[in-house]
Design a protein around this ligand. Structure first.
Ligand code: PGA
Length: 252
């Protein structure tokens, strides 16, 4: 399975910096082969960033999306709008959306179904917080989140779908899950996906997210069920991001 390295820029980069960072990423990643690479800028910068990455080996992703088609939903952005500015991926159910904006598994489910119906590729985020890990309930939390996000979702083999395991305690903290911790949860997610989606689960990429950086990327990507990374902080520096993409190319 081809690795996917996706940069989640979060609420960073005003337009000039977004364009500059995208250009740096394009230049740095030009020679990286055999890996899918994506950048996910803030929504107002999707359009200018698309102009930069269009026709290169970098794909565009959004960070959130409405489950509705159109209409009176002030502040929301629809799947068709994302498609129209060149998005291929959309991150859904990121822990920051769950934590700060109250997104529930049901909300995430509506968005996942809307993305798939519009042929956008969802990057569905799941992950436990520190309290839940310490209480020994990480597997249960991730199971509930994934079952909730994929409720009534049916996909055929070859349909692109991505899951990102992002332990909340490792996001932006500098703490990373150990390769074993990541592999254990990824293997669990893989078997859960098989139960939920059947054979189509074999094509689903499971990314690790949470302080992935050049220093730890290779050992995380070497795990059999780690199929790429969702990168926050390190995606804001083109040189670090490309090092991670190169680690994926080497691991492939
Ligand atoms: P981080 O963020 O790499 O800064 O930990 C990952 C994410 O939240 O997607």
């Amino acid at each position: 399975m081809k690795y996917l390295i996706a940069g989640n820029w979060k609420m960073n980069t005003e337009r000039p910096r977004a364009v500059q960072l995208a250009s740096e990423v394009v230049d740095a990643c030009r020679t990286v082969e055999g890996v899918d690479i994506a950048v996910c800028p803030p929504s107002v910068n999707l359009d200018p960033v698309f102009s930069v990455v269009h026709g290169t080996n970098i794909k565009l992703g959004a960070q959130n999306m409405s489950p509705e088609d159109s209409g009176a939903f002030t502040g929301e952005i629809s799947a068709s709008m994302l498609l129209a500015v060149g998005c291929h991926y959309v991150i859904l159910g990121h822990s920051e959306r769950r934590q700060y904006f109250g997104e529930s598994d049901d909300d995430v489910n509506g968005k996942v179904r809307q993305a798939l119906a519009n042929r956008l590729v969802p990057i569905v985020c799941v992950g436990e917080n520190l309290e839940q890990r310490d209480a020994g309930s990480a597997t249960r939390v991730v199971t509930n989140q994934l079952e909730g996000a994929l409720k009534d979702v049916r996909i055929s083999s070859g349909t692109e779908l991505v899951v990102a395991y992002e332990p909340v305690w490792a996001i932006g903290t500098g703490r990373t899950a150990s390769p074993d911790q990541a592999q254990d949860m990824h293997a669990h997610i893989r078997s859960l996906l098989k139960a939920l989606l059947g054979d189509a689960a074999n094509d689903v990429r499971i990314l690790y997210g949470g302080s992935m950086k050049p220093a730890n990327a290779a050992e995380l990507l070497a795990q059999p069920d780690v199929n790429g990374g969702l990168i926050g902080g390190a995606s804001l520096k083109a040189d670090q991001f490309v090092e991670i993409a190169k680690a994926a190319a080497t691991a492939a």
